[in-house]
Write a protein that binds this ligand. Structure first.
Ligand code: SF4
Length: 362
């Protein structure tokens, strides 16, 4: 019983990132970035495989120096995902990345000021049919253009991007993706709304310096959720200080919650509890989450603390329990199955979830 909310999407041009279409109404793709030193090919490929297993569609790797560019061909050959080279400062490294066969190059207009080098990059990318993302972030544009904040900062990021787009189009290059990431929600949302109006190019959504897990989840949920619900965004990256696999899992949660991709795994609806609750609902919900974490079938499971809202919510789920004092009712597809003692509730619920998952083939 997964809700679907097909928000009308902004129509953008399509670019092909190594076989993953971005824009043009194609499904919003999840991407992430490795945290390894790219020159450590074994570690980089191992992390890329973990990202792919988690549902990542496109992976970006940092290319800060020639030794990283030198191994890109090997990374590209061993990667199950299209590889994007992340380039700052040096058009020479971008040329090397293109020669190595990457599927996309990210350039930062905030820290590159070599027009001839950029023209060489665009010409080679056009020859190879490789798209380029112009990605600004608030830190780098501030370094070059001076301190700005709020709408001024958002406008500066957008103006810099549009200047680069005009320059690329003058060279006949169209295969562009844009991103404008600030570290706060209002600035980032304002910048993307303006970009969405000003261009027909696909947009890569994200927020920069999003913080550790809890902060990143909140900031990304607000920024990406707001924009995606407005139909803005063709590919997303949640960034956080931690394991990038978590970026992919959170990104998937955001997309699935909006109904933009099919859900993978169990979605738990549990009440916040209140003075009416007479069971250890926090413990029950945590145990249900832990014991259903390996299930891939897209099932909704309710864990409700009392009979006020409990039965209603439990009925909306595929499987659910509504607890009462020392007891609870088990529901499946809206039908009460049986009443159980509190200590038997989780076992019975998890059995029902597994049985439904088997029927669903997951
Ligand atoms: S379901 Fe019951 S216990 Fe849970 S928050 Fe609502 S009223 Fe409180």
């Amino acid at each position: 019983m997964t809700p679907t909310t097909p928000f009308p999407r902004r129509t953008a041009r399509t670019v092909d990132v190594g076989g993953v279409p971005v824009g043009g109404g194609h499904p919003v793709s999840l991407q992430s970035m490795t945290t390894t030193h790219t020159r450590d090919v074994a570690a980089t490929l191992a992390q890329i495989r973990r990202l792919a297993d988690a549902g990542c569609r496109i992976v970006r790797v940092a290319v800060p120096a020639p030794p990283d560019a030198a191994v890109l061909a090997e990374v590209v050959a061993g990667s199950p995902l299209p590889v994007v080279a992340d380039i700052h400062f040096s058009s020479g490294l971008a040329v090397k990345a293109l020669e190595a066969g990457v599927a996309k190059v990210r350039l930062n207009p905030g820290n590159m000021d070599d027009p001839d080098g950029l023209r060489r990059v665009l010409a080679l990318a056009a020859e190879r049919g490789v798209p380029i993302r112009f990605g600004v972030n608030s830190g780098s544009v501030r370094t070059v253009h001076g301190e700005r904040a709020g709408h001024d900062l958002a406008n500066l990021m957008v103006d810099v991007l549009l200047e680069w787009v005009a320059m690329a189009r003058k060279e006949g290059f169209q295969d562009l993706v844009l991103s404008a990431k600030a570290s706060d929600a209002p600035t980032t949302i304002f910048a993307y709304r303006r970009l969405a109006e000003a261009t027909d190019l696909p947009l890569h959504l994200g927020i920069t310096a999003a913080g550790p897990m809890d902060e990143a989840r909140t900031r990304s949920g607000i920024v990406l959720g707001t924009l995606l619900a407005e139909g803005i965004g063709d590919t997303i990256r949640v960034s956080l200080t931690g394991d990038p696999v978590q970026e992919v899992l959170i990104g998937h949660e955001i997309l699935a919650e909006l109904g933009l991709v099919p859900r993978r795994g169990v979605r738990i609806l549990s009440c916040p509890t209140c003075g009416r609750c007479q069971v250890d609902l926090v413990g029950l919900a945590a145990e249900v989450k832990r014991r259903t974490a390996d299930i891939l079938a897209p099932l909704t499971v309710a864990v409700m603390g009392c009979i006020v809202n409990g039965p209603g919510e439990a009925r909306e789920a595929d499987v659910g329990i509504a607890a009462a004092k020392g007891r609870g009712v088990l529901f499946r597809h809206g039908r009460p199955l049986c009443e159980l003692a509190e200590e038997d509730l989780v076992d019975a619920l998890v059995d029902e979830v597994r049985s439904l998952a088997e029927e669903a083939g997951g």
